[in-house]
Design a protein around this ligand. Structure first.
Ligand code: NAD
Length: 483
């Protein structure tokens, strides 16, 4: 278990670092060992009410701050996170089960994202005012929405928290962040770092289980926008609860990314891309390169190269990289025993052939071998559902038309890629693939300036980029009679 000086076991509510009103704590489990890693507040209805009350109060003056003032606060937070990056990476690695070097790579993205929104807050544009009706002057005010509930998942807890708080605060909203019950440690640590940066109530973090505080938070009529990154079923539920008080929702949900590899693709690059993007974060990534569709001229060669590359992925305890005798693991465990079992259950039912991996690894942690499933049918659960595990399926399409048809034939629409040297094929992919992102000859890079978000059951709304900032604002028409 971590020492209590290594993490923060306090909520941030109304500017104070506080225990849950009940005084109760929740165990946080370390996925690599199955042991208790930390204990954090088990918040309840009173804590939600306190956070929303403080946020509503704080909004009255925070909405009057200038973009420049808010940018300064976000830049200060970014600098503090940068200063504590090594410790935050360590907490993230232990809590999520990702190798420390992988967790380290996420920190610059976190810092950059906050800096992007600090700058973007000062550049928001609108339509020019004018006399659209004779005798009247019209202009548009862009305003913050109010109190925003940001609800983050367990797979990239700090990065996803940043995507919630950056645009919300940059736009002048007050933000209440609810991290996942499984991975709250970095969010609570950031709460500690942020305590004296924002006025009391502007930024709150409350830890707790969804069943204790989820509905309470979303159903509170003082919440103007609920921004969730999570499972599609959670998104549907939250949209229904939020609808009761007509709160806006912003839903970044599940994915099932196709990776189309055409006959003319650079085989080595495609294999390297699939290994990197299919097994990153143990495949627990909404954009994971989990569903390869290869055309028949390259299918056999692709499998032949992919299988040994996947078998070579080094699985290990996230902290092994700090031990010179153990070397650098590339992949850690899954988040929980229950989650690993759900992945194994889908694997057990596949009509494809398991050609690499497929087994849980012995021990107390929730490790699973990196797995490749060859030739599952289009209706197979491996193809149609999000496993969120280290499993890549490879299908053989008769031609490019079938590859595109299969790619779109899932309920999700978050991310996709195509591997080809022919610009006519990649241009067609950009037009025809029904996904919020189409990568050409790569899979997974993201950046603060560009939008990230899905179509279909992957949700709606964009994270990152100026599009995200727009979603955290509302537009008001002001019309003045001049004659
Ligand atoms: P989840 O839906 O179980 O939980 C997400 C968050 O919602 C957690 O904080 C959870 O406590 C909270 N929650 C659950 N029920 C709630 C309720 N009734 N009211 C309020 N909050 C509630 O998802 P997860 O298992 O933590 O994360 C994995 C999922 O997230 C996957 O489906 C993945 O694809 C998705 N995801 C999507 C993106 C994206 O950008 N689209 C990014 C990362 C993860």
């Amino acid at each position: 278990m971590l020492d209590t000086t290594d993490y923060s076991a306090k909520n941030l509510i109304n500017g104070g670092l506080v225990d849950a009103a009940s005084g109760e704590l929740l165990d946080v489990i370390e996925p690599a060992t199955g042991e208790v890693l930390a204990r954090v507040p088990a918040s309840g209805a009173d804590d939600v009410d306190a956070a929303v009350t403080a946020a509503e109060q704080a909004f009255r003056s925070f909405k009057r701050t200038t973009p420049g003032e808010r940018a300064e606060m976000l830049l200060t937070l970014a600098a503090r996170i940068e200063k504590h990056a090594e410790h935050l990476a360590y907490l993230e690695a232990r809590n999520v089960g990702k190798p420390i070097p992988v967790a380290r790579e996420e920190l610059p993205l976190v810092v950059d994202n906050l800096r992007f929104f600090a700058g973007a807050a000062r550049t928001m544009e609108g339509r020019a005012g004018g006399e659209y009706l004779r005798g009247y002057e019209s202009y548009v005010r862009r305003e913050p929405i109010g109190v925003v509930a940001g609800i983050a998942p367990w797979n990239y807890p700090l990065l996803m928290a940043t995507w919630k708080i950056g645009p919300a605060l940059a736009a002048g909203n007050c933000s209440i962040l609810k991290p996942s019950r499984q991975t709250p440690l970095t969010a609570l640590y950031v709460a500690k770092l942020a305590q004296d940066i924002f006025p009391a109530g502007v930024f709150s973090v409350i830890s707790g289980s969804a069943s204790d505080i989820g509905d309470q938070l979303v159903a509170d009529p003082r919440i103007g926008l609920v921004s969730l990154t999570g499972d599609t079923s959670t998104g549907r539920h939250i949209a229904r609860v939020a609808a009761d008080h007509v709160a806006q929702t912003h839903l970044e949900l599940g994915g099932k990314a196709p990776v189309i590899v055409l006959d003319d693709a650079d085989l080595d690059a495609a294999v390297a891309g699939i290994v990197a993007a299919g097994f990153a974060n143990s495949g627990q990534d909404c954009t994971a390169a989990c569903r390869v569709i290869a055309t028949q001229g390259i299918y056999d060669r692709l499998l032949e190269a992919l299988i040994p590359a996947v078998q070579a992925i080094k699985v290990g305890n996230p902290t092994d990289s700090d031990d010179p005798d153990k070397g650098d693991p590339e992949m850690g465990p899954l988040i929980s025993a229950t989650h690993r079992q759900s992945v194994l259950d889908v694997l057990a039912k596949t009509d494809g052939t398991i050609v690499a991996g497929g087994n849980a690894l012995p021990g107390d942690g929730y490790f699973l071998e990196p797995t490749v499933v060859a030739n599952p049918s289009q209706n197979d659960l491996i193809v149609q559902t999000e496993q969120f595990g280290p499993i890549v399926s490879v299908q053989c399409a008769a031609d490019i038309d079938q590859a595109f048809e299969w790619a779109n034939d899932v309920e999700f629409g978050l991310a996709s890629s195509i591997w080809t040297k022919d610009i006519t094929h990649s241009t067609r992919a950009a037009r025809d693939l029904d996904f919020g992102c189409v990568w050409v000859n790569d899979h997974m890079p993201i950046l603060s300036e560009m939008p990230h978000g899905g179509f279909k059951q992957s949700g709606y709304g964009k994270d990152m980029s100026i599009y995200a900032l727009e979603e955290y604002t509302r537009v008001k028409h002001v019309m003045t009679k001049t004659d």
